[in-house]
Design a protein around this ligand. Structure first.
Ligand code: BES
Ligand code: ZN
Ligand code: ZN
Length: 488
């Protein structure tokens, strides 16, 4: 659904329905509503609970009472959840113009977050369905006493939602449409017009530069592998030469069959989401540009398709990498770390970033450990961890710190090459994968690795996240920059 949002201090006559927010135990000022509530005892004002009072005459509009929960428990996140639930309850509605009256909510931030939750939940991916239900909703007006403040908060949130939606779209696209080449084109199309500098490094150039690890993963595919570098130079004051940018690095395996170490057939279709890390990077860059963030940031994604074929790389192969380190391939399904190894090396060589954050649907082991609830974060810097933790608070994108350890690093050393792409034991797979990446991080570089295998795709919907691609990370990373890195 696409609708416009307005913040105003007056209800005008055109709204077809009015949503009235009520705290738990709050008495409505209108006696008709009170008598309706007296007859509908199941409505308790719990956060996100709705009660529809139908229009009973031509003058009276449809009214929807919306529970806001207990005032003491309210937070931006609880208000997003309420907004998401409101959106869900209006999905099949024919209403095109609603007003949300939040006059008993004095905090304009909370008001803006309620609409943000509504917006995040309104996302759907229906472009391939001729008969997809179209929402009638055109306008959402919020009645507030602090119009300007609410609007200002919402402006930033709505810019971030554009990044979240792009990330979700990319993950939801099928693997016959979103392939390394078409994906690189799509990034150009999306980001260039809004001022992001986009450089596509095609396969020929990657060969010349020596991206051997990444190229080996894509060898079995008929589609050329690509690396895309995105630059947002929003901090104009900083001299380009002096700026050590923050870099976001994403795994973009557009389809992961496992290669010669073929995955089982059941649910292999889901491996179209193996580019989820790259989608978060592209979405984050879009959000930075949409809100004209005062920062210099680099995004880099490695786009490959992992296919079995006569010319595919095999278990047993020893391959090179851009860093010069050699790698013994023991399983062609542990491909994400090979893609990341080369783009991590490249971004350090080219841009010397002050901080690197990579995101990848890297291991099934991460899902074994944390399920679908938390993304695992491995980082070599305590300060970065505490910043990440506080930035993800209140976004619903939950993070859990995982260990980096010399012992894991040792596990991925090979007898015949510098490294191998599997841990010595089959346990702790998320940790040995992170340790493999750590071998490609230069001494002294602040780095965090997000394993989002369990959080990039959800089979069941949440209050502000429809099922399918989640766009996880776009919100937390934008908050990280806003709270800790951007010049005010
Ligand atoms: N893309 C997968 C990881 C994955 C699994 C992501 C499920 C999302 C959902 C990754 O490339 C992979 O296959 N990893 C292997 C590594 C193993 C061979 C060491 C895994 O986790 O099984
Ligand atoms: Zn794999
Ligand atoms: Zn993979």
């Amino acid at each position: 659904m696409t609708f416009t949002t307005k913040f105003t201090n007056q209800i005008d006559a055109t709204h077809e329905a009015v949503v009235i927010g009520l705290w738990q135990d709050e008495k409505p000022s209108n006696s008709e509503i009170q008598s309706y509530l007296d007859h509908n005892k199941e409505f308790k004002g719990k956060a996100g609970q709705t009660l529809i009072i139908p229009a009973n005459s031509t003058e009276q509009k449809k009214q929807i009472i919306l529970g806001l929960g207990e005032q003491d428990d309210s937070s931006p996140l609880s208000f997003e959840t309420i907004g998401g639930k409101l959106c869900e309850s209006l999905k099949d509605n024919k209403t095109s113009d609603i007003a949300i009256e939040l006059t008993s909510v004095l905090d304009s931030d909370l008001q803006a977050h309620l609409v943000y939750g509504f917006l995040l939940k309104s996302y759907s991916f229906t472009k391939y369905q001729a008969k997809a239900k179209k929402s009638a909703l055109k306008t959402v007006s919020v009645i507030t006493k602090e119009q300007d403040k609410a609007e200002k908060t919402f402006e930033t949130l709505s810019a971030i939602s554009q990044g979240v939606f792009l990330a979700r779209d990319l993950v939801n696209e099928p693997p016959n449409i979103l392939q390394p080449e078409s994906y690189a084109e799509k990034i150009k199309e999306e980001l260039k017009p809004i001022g992001v500098d986009v450089e596509v490094i095609d396969q020929k150039k990657l060969e010349k530069l020596g991206f051997e690890a990444l190229l080996n993963v894509g060898k079995g595919s008929v589609i050329d592998s690509q690396v895309v570098v995105m630059k947002w130079n929003g901090n104009k004051k900083q001299k380009k030469s002096a700026a050590a940018p923050i870099a976001f690095v994403g795994k973009g395996v557009t389809f992961d069959t496992g290669g010669i170490s073929l995955k089982p057939g059941a649910e292999m279709d889901l491996m179209k989401m193996d580019m989820g890390g790259s989608a978060t990077v592209v979405g984050t860059m879009k959000a930075l540009a949409a809100r004209k963030a005062n920062i210099n940031a680099i995004g880099i994604v490695g786009l490959v398709e992992n296919m079995p074929a006569g010319n595919a790389y095999r278990p047993g192969d020893i391959i090179g990498s851009l860093s010069g380190k050699t790698i013994e391939v023991l399983n062609t399904d542990a491909e994400g770390r090979l893609v990341l190894a080369d783009i991590l090396t490249y971004v350090q060589q080219q841009y010397k970033p002050s901080v690197i954050i990579d995101l990848a649907t890297l291991t099934g082991a991460m899902m074994v450990a944390l399920g679908f609830e938390y993304s695992g974060v491995f980082t070599n810097n305590n300060d970065l961890w505490s910043k990440l933790e506080s930035a993800s608070d209140n976004t619903g994108e939950k993070l859990w710190r995982m260990p980096l350890d010399k012992a894991y690093r040792k596990e991925v050393e090979s007898n015949v090459a510098d490294l191998k792409n599997l841990g010595a034991s089959s346990y702790g797979g998320a940790c040995t994968a992170a340790a493999f990446l750590e071998h490609f991080i230069e001494e002294g570089t602040t780095w965090a690795h997000f394993d989002i295998a369990g959080t990039a795709w959800w089979k069941t919907a949440k209050p502000t996240v429809p099922k399918g691609g989640t766009g996880v990370g776009v919100r937390a990373l934008n908050n990280l920059l806003i709270n800790h890195f951007e010049e005010k």
